[in-house]
Ligand binder design. Structure first.
Ligand code: IPE
Ligand code: IPE
Ligand code: MG
Length: 240
């Protein structure tokens, strides 16, 4: 398979799903599935960057995921701690800038500090931007943005009719990041699960049965090839 003559989507957003099913298939604890998922993610950051993707956004933990068992949430937090340190090294070695979206104040202080270190330590990198959505929910993001818009308008006394889509988008966590061209969901579910509700308005969707820990370069290439065969609603046929 080759991506020769293929248009590479500028921004790819992924719902990395199926860690639990991957573990279940092997008769091992769910936490092992999440660990395998983190290993895949680490590899895919490099692959996405080498493929020429400029923005790679992944859904790591949703606002709804706190409802999982205490044991599973605890295991995920431990994985964040471990992989954040590794990610700083990988991002630095690959000129990748890391940005977190979501509401981070709910995390333990050491995780919040780890996130800050990752963002500040990579902010001058000029290669791919790797966006991680944690404690992220599309509705939560829109409500938080709306609150800030109201406060700003109250303070300035400006007429609310000046608020347009671009101005509103500048209050979202993704301010300054172009909307995803392609959204990939692994493990076959046909839903958005509260992911990037505003930003995915016109993105192409690609759903694969591949479980996230099994995802790799070849699977990404399949998604890009499918993307190239789509007639986009805006902007006409995708061109290389
Ligand atoms: C995705 O895998 C990872 C997170 C949501 C943190 P799941 O844990 O949702 O895996 P399944 O859906 O149970 O297979
Ligand atoms: C979406 O996957 C959230 C993340 C990938 C972090 P879930 O597995 O949590 O979504 P649902 O519960 O199946 O909708
Ligand atoms: Mg799931």
């Amino acid at each position: 398979m080759s991506l020769e003559n293929m248009a590479i989507p500028q921004h790819v957003a992924v719902i990395l799903d199926g860690n639990g099913r991957w573990a279940k298939k092997r008769g091992i604890p769910r936490a092992m599935g999440h660990k395998a998922g983190c290993e895949t993610l680490e590899k895919m950051v490099r692959v996405a960057s080498d493929t020429g993707i400029r923005y790679f956004t992944v859904y790591g933990f949703s606002t709804e995921n706190w409802k999982r068992s205490q044991e599973e949430v605890g295991a995920l937090m431990q994985l964040f701690r471990y992989y954040m340190v590794r990610l700083l090294k990988i991002a630095s070695a690959n000129n990748v800038r890391v940005k977190m979206i979501g509401e981070k104040s709910r995390f333990d202080p050491d995780i919040v500090k780890g996130i800050d270190d990752l963002e500040t330590g990579t902010k001058d990198n000029t290669g791919m931007t790797f966006v991680i959505a944690i404690n992220y929910g599309g509705r939560d993001e829109i409500v938080r943005a709306a609150r800030r818009v109201i406060l700003d308008y109250q303070k300035s006394g400006e007429d609310p009719s000046s608020l347009d889509e671009a101005a509103f988008a500048s209050y979202l966590d993704t301010a300054g990041i172009p909307d995803p061209d392609l959204m990939i969901r692994t493990s076959g579910e046909l839903r958005l699960s509260n992911y990037l509700l505003w930003q995915l308005a016109y993105s192409e969707f690609y759903i694969t049965d591949c479980l996230w820990p099994d995802f790799n370069q070849e699977e990404l290439e399949k998604a890009i090839i499918a993307y190239n065969s789509r007639e986009r609603r805006f902007g006409g046929r995708i061109k290389a």
